[in-house]
Ligand binder design. Structure first.
Ligand code: SAM
Length: 257
């Protein structure tokens, strides 16, 4: 897969040389290219922004400069991603879908954002454009969101995570639950013991304990996820655990008592 990130602060993306994403680049699994938007400016001051039409605070990024950059960078079939706090939330499902693309181009906004005509223009030209948000807060620029999307998508590419099984039981996976708590050695530390069942060697008991922990953790931290769960994925024991936690199936959906 190829991912292009366009930003006025290309150095902000330098962590993408590190860790699993850095290794994936070195191994040729991910072709990641970072571009400086100012390379497409034509004036002496390398201007990328101007005042908002209609008035108001701050500056807006110019569509002509963005289009010069994007026309050069977008390949046939590319998916253009525009981070913005007003976009649709980025989820694991979106990351899974994006991991099947041939090219992603991330256009990092700054100031008050990118002139709205950029998204409109590329949609009209048949480019798939997704305006996405990484959470309900406002950052200074889209670079952190670009790092997030590269991390989330990059680790799903074949060969990037050494043991693909570690992707299966994770939070926000197919089970629709948060992951259970994890432990390593030593078995006793700071007066805290690893749960005895995990040292029993009894695989079925361990699996059941982990599932119950995942249900309890999701109920406590993300009741919205339980409410959205496909009840057809729950077995009798799950339903009993959930009943103890105060959740029941009503009209085909989990509901809190
Ligand atoms: N005026 C914009 C608004 O209120 O929606 C906020 C602009 S923000 C200061 C500048 C840039 O940061 C945005 O263009 C976007 O690229 C990025 N950004 C800020 N918060 C973000 C978020 N939650 N998710 C994704 N990108 C974000």
């Amino acid at each position: 897969m190829r991912i292009d990130v366009v930003s006025i602060f290309p150095d902000y993306l330098s962590p993408l040389q590190l860790s699993l994403v850095g290794k994936a680049r070195d191994a040729g699994l991910l072709d990641l290219r970072v571009h400086d938007l100012r390379d497409w400016t034509t004036d002496r001051h390398r201007t990328v922004d101007d005042t908002p039409v209609g008035g108001g605070a701050g500056m807006v990024m110019r569509p002509d400069v963005w289009a010069s950059a994007l026309d050069d960078v977008l390949q046939d079939g590319a998916h253009l991603l525009i981070p913005t706090p007003s976009g649709e939330p980025l989820t694991q499902r979106n990351a899974e879908a994006l991991a099947t693309e041939s090219q992603l181009v991330v256009a990092c906004g700054r100031y008050e954002g990118i002139d709205a005509r950029v998204a409109e223009h590329y949609r009209a030209r048949g480019v798939r454009v997704t305006e996405f948000s990484i959470g309900d807060y406002v950052l200074n620029g889209g670079e952190v969101a670009a790092l997030v999307v590269v991390e989330a998508v990059g680790r799903l590419l074949p060969g990037v995570v050494g043991n693909p099984h570690s992707l299966v039981e994770e939070s926000h996976g197919a089970a629709g639950l948060l992951e259970y708590p994890v432990y390593t050695k030593p078995p006793a530390w700071a007066g805290l013991e690893v749960p005895e069942v995990l040292m029993s060697g009894h695989h079925a008991r361990i699996e059941r304990w982990r599932r119950d922990q995942a249900l309890a953790r999701t109920a406590a931290r993300r009741p919205d996820m339980l409410a959205a769960l496909d009840v057809g994925t729950l077995d009798k024991h799950d339903l009993a655990t959930l009943a103890d936690l105060g959740w029941r199936v009503v009209d085909g959906a989990l509901t809190r008592d």
